[in-house]
Design a protein around this ligand. Structure first.
Ligand SMILES: Nc1ncnc2c1ncn2[C@@H]1O[C@H](COP(=O)(O)OP(=O)(O)OP(=O)(O)O)[C@@H](O)[C@H]1O
Ligand SMILES: [Mg+2]
Length: 314
């Protein structure tokens, strides 16, 4: 069956006792695209992946994965997907090659030795293939894990925080692998805590907060929504309040303080608020300005702006 969406979920829910981990998750991932599920610790990303990959049963809601019903056709779903968890699933006592052969046999792949060799080669693990996986670096283990999830050539690949804890070189290798997979037509859903990662890889981003999608769109759509972070450093602490007043007036956003650096900042979505104008306004207000800057938002800024943190603390 051909469908537009490789992943389509509606109102997925999951509770663990009193913790409502996923609270009505609506996701639509078009076939052949990369979807970045972005969210802070505890947002429900791993639970969402476990639900969508049949590792957990939803309490409510429905989903279709690669055209199959998540609950009623769970085994068909399993045949079409690959999963790499937040924590490596390879066996450290076995070599890379043994791990992949084992996965291939478990999944009844024809020619398990050939398939293992092919994937070792693809992920630059041929030299290390006959060493126990426990001797691999973090990046190598992650690559082996990714290779294992591809053993059956999945239509949809789920990657839960594939680059957390990796150095930049290893991270780039994983990013390249994701780009290659997309080129080959694989749909990829990956979770991440890094805005940059989502920005680099994702066609669309779903911003998950407290178990549901708070915002979604292309990276540039989200950035336009988020705006720019304007920060001002003043010469002495007494001037912070005045600087905050100017920022508040110009941005309409609640300023945040860094008292150690005598700094105050706020997010703005106003394209007419440029650095020269900010400096002029501060100067006109008599703020003893030491430094002023405008930079793209960090993930913290994104979440302050797009989610209501106060509500979560309540
Ligand atoms: N098996 C479980 N039993 C009880 N609570 C759980 C279980 N799994 C997850 N939770 C809770 O559900 C919420 C969402 O957790 P989840 O692991 O899905 O978040 P996450 O977005 O993946 O976080 P992280 O970025 O830390 O990986 C958290 O409050 C977590 O403590
Ligand atoms: Mg997680």
């Amino acid at each position: 069956m051909t469908t537009t969406y490789a992943v389509l979920s509606e109102g997925l829910e999951k509770r663990f006792g009193t913790v409502h981990a996923v609270r009505g998750l609506d996701l639509a991932v078009a076939r052949g695209t990369v979807c970045g599920v972005l969210g802070p610790n505890g947002a429900g990303k791993t639970t969402a992946v476990r639900l969508l990959t049949t590792l957990l049963r939803p309490d409510a809601g429905s989903a279709r994965i690669a055209g199959h019903d998540l609950v009623r056709e769970a085994s068909a779903v399993r045949r079409r997907i690959g999963v790499t968890g937040q924590y490596a699933s390879v066996d450290g006592d076995l070599t890379g090659r043994q791990n992949l052969r084992l996965f291939a046999r478990l999944h009844r792949v024809r020619g398990p030795a050939e398939r293992a060799g092919e994937l070792l080669d693809r992920f630059g693990l041929t030299e290390a293939a006959d060493r126990p996986a426990s001797t691999y670096s973090g990046g190598m283990r992650r690559r082996l894990d990714l290779a294992a999830s591809l053993i059956r050539r999945p239509d949809v690949l789920f990657l839960d925080e594939p680059t957390t804890g990796l150095d930049p070189a290893s991270r780039n290798q994983i990013w390249d692998a994701v780009r290659d997979l997309k080129r080959e037509g694989t749909t990829v859903l990956l979770t991440t805590q890094y805005l940059e990662e989502a920005d680099q890889l994702a066609d669309d981003i779903a911003l998950v907060d407290r178990g549901r999608v708070a915002h979604s769109g292309s990276p540039s759509q989200l950035k336009a929504l988020i705006g720019t972070y304007a920060e001002v450093v003043v010469a002495h602490p007494d001037a912070l309040a005045k600087a905050a007043g100017v920022l508040d007036r110009l941005t309409g956003a609640e300023p945040s303080f860094d008292h150690e650096r005598n700094a105050v900042g706020a997010v703005t979505g106003d394209p007419t608020l440029t650095l020269p104008r900010l400096v002029r306004e501060l100067d006109a207000a008599g703020v003893p300005l030491l430094d002023a800057s405008m930079r793209p938002p960090t993930l913290d800024d994104v979440f302050l702006r797009l989610t209501d943190r106060k509500e979560q603390a309540a």
